[in-house]
Design a protein around this ligand. Sequence first.
Ligand code: 5GP
Ligand code: ZN
Length: 139
Amino acid sequence: MVADCIFCRIVAGDAPAHRVHEDERTLTFMDLFPVGEGHLLVVPKKHGENLFEVEVEDLLAVMEVSKRMAHALRRALAPDGIGVHQLNGAAAGQTVFHYHMHLIPRNQGDPIALHGRTEGDPARLAELAVLISRALEPC
Ligand code: 5GP
Ligand code: ZN
């Protein structure tokens, strides 16, 4: 737990987030500034700044959950495609220095953007979190 890390604070329940899924190693929640409807972040609970620091077991856990989330997004929102990416270092565009995977549903013609500019509507984020978590299949 890193006290001034927003994702550590969300994991600990000290900061709010629209949570979608949690297991022993990972937490999935709605991105606060979504690039598109259903933009998710999957994070390891244990702090590691980026790909260089995070434990391999946590990477594998994040990847496994990302696949489940991709299926849930497809069932819940039926996007034309889903972008899955993560950034390492400020020079690569990383803005929160706690490893995380983005899952971004996209429709044909949507501009390719890494970051959203405006905060998502809280009621809609809450609705989407429920919709997506209900679309998760049991492991
Ligand atoms: P990065 O640029 O590091 O790959 O992505 C960080 C992501 O975290 C961005 O998409 C940004 O919108 C999101 N983000 C930043 N602060 C918060 C927050 O307090 N809560 C949530 N849910 N997402 C956040
Ligand atoms: Zn952290």
